[in-house]
Structure formats: C-alpha cells, structure tokens
Ligand binder design. Structure first.
Ligand SMILES: CC(C)(COP(=O)(O)OP(=O)(O)OC[C@H]1O[C@@H](n2cnc3c(N)ncnc32)[C@H](O)[C@@H]1OP(=O)(O)O)[C@@H](O)C(=O)NCCC(=O)NCCS
Length: 198
C-alpha cells in the first residue's frame, strides 16, 4: 500500500522547474543568445576566451539548464587546459570552467548551483584532477573554489588575481603548479573568425 501511495505521489508531483542536460548542437544558438544577454560582447575580450577560442569543450562537459518547455535557461562548459607545470617540469592537465550563466528571469532558483554541481561531478567521474576559473570569489567559494592554488599561475592576458580560482578534484593535483595556463583541447575544425575579402 505504501509503495502504491509513493508511486501515486510521484505521478501527480509537479514537473521540476528546470533540468540539467548535456548540451547538443541544437542548443548553440540559444546558448549564445543567453550569453549575449547575460554578459554582453565584452565577454569575448576576456583572457579565458583566448583559451576557448577555436576549441571544443572537454568531452562530455558542456551542460545546459532547460525550463519545462525545453528552452535553454542556463549554460556552463569546461575546457581542457594545461595549468602550468609541476615542480618536476611536467605539464599539469586540468579544466577551465566558464562561462557560467543563467537567464536573468530565472536567477536565484538554484540553477547556477545545479549546473556547477553537475559539471563538477561529471568532471570528477571522468578522472579530471582540477578545475580553474576566473570569476566572482563570493559566488564560487561555496563550491570549493579559492585563489590559493593559482598563486603561481598566470592567464594568457589580463586577469584579476583575486578572481583566479581553482578547485582540486584530486587532492594535491595543483601542488607546485606554476607558469602559464594554455589551451590543450581539441581544435574546432572550422575557425570561428571569418576572413573578409579585400
Ligand atoms: C552568477 C549566476 C550564474 C548565478 O546563477 P543563479 O542560478 O542565480 O545562482 P543560484 O540560484 O545557484 O545561487 C544564487 C545565490 O548566489 C548569489 N550570487 C549570485 N551571483 C553572485 C555573485 N556574482 N557573487 C556572489 N554571490 C552571487 C545570490 O545572491 C544567491 O545567494 P543566496 O543563495 O544567498 O540567496 C547568474 O547570476 C548569472 O548568470 N550572472 C551573470 C553572468 C555571470 O556573472 N556569470 C559568472 C559569475 S562570475
């Protein structure tokens, strides 16, 4: 009887307000429109963008949040990088997270947090050792991101050191990490910059 009641409740429970899903090629236009609204064109000048330009996201690590009708209302992607080198001079494989954005009409409902948790859980599951990002520390600290382990790393362009944060998925992964963060992900087969005819 208890089992019947539980399944009846599940049947009549309201559908969740949003779901986290893997991004598909059909989401690209909606994702870009969302990023344009949330961050404007200035986002293209960020040093993180240099790492993302003409690369594809890390395998299985591009997510969207969808509303009940399937519309994209949030996005996060992670990118393969080398986070400088270790004390032994060995390149340190890691991930760069961003951009993270949620549609303004849906802010404060936990969608950003759900995207972050899904992305970090999948990154860990796939065996990645650390995630770096440039963003607001007061937001990202709740997910375990701090500036401590990036002290001796630099981004390929201007960045604010107190916004340059990291999270180790494997303890000690970023120990001694120093040097420049560089893109190491697969390249897009078609460059996104269009050359104009003279
Ligand atoms: C930042 C962002 C992704 C948060 O998404 P969200 O779905 O509203 O986040 P959540 O619902 O999971 O969390 C909301 C909480 O985060 C806080 N928060 C949101 N942005 C914050 C920020 N920049 N700094 C500190 N706290 C922030 C809210 O005040 C709220 O706090 P509360 O839980 O104490 O009420 C979203 O506001 C956004 O897209 N902003 C514009 C793009 C952007 O700035 N992205 C990167 C952040 S550096």
């Amino acid at each position: 009887m208890a089992a019947v009641l539980t399944s009846m409740r599940a049947l009549f429970a309201p559908a969740p307000a949003f779901v986290i899903d893997t991004e598909t090629p059909a989401d690209v236009v909606a994702r870009e429109a969302l990023l344009e609204r949330a961050m404007g064109t200035d986002r293209r000048k960020k040093s993180s963008e240099k790492i993302r330009r003409n690369r594809v996201p890390a395998e299985g690590l591009a997510f969207v949040a969808r509303d009940r009708d399937g519309h994209v209302i949030g996005t996060v992607r992670l990118w393969n990088i080398e986070a400088g080198v270790s004390r032994e001079g060995k390149a340190i494989d890691a991930l760069l997270l961003g951009p993270l954005a949620v549609d303004q009409a849906h802010e404060g409902k936990g969608i950003g947090a759900a995207l972050m948790r899904a992305a970090l859980m999948e990154a860990k599951k796939r065996g990645h050792g650390a995630v770096l990002l440039v963003g607001d520390a007061p937001y990202y600290e709740r997910f375990g991101f701090f500036a401590e382990k990036t002290q001796h790393l630099v981004m390929p362009g201007p960045f604010a050191r107190d916004r340059f944060l990291s999270l180790e998925l494997v303890p000690g992964w970023l120990e001694g990490a120093a040097g420049m963060v560089v893109a190491s992900g697969r390249k897009l087969s078609q460059p996104t910059t269009v050359r104009r005819a003279a």
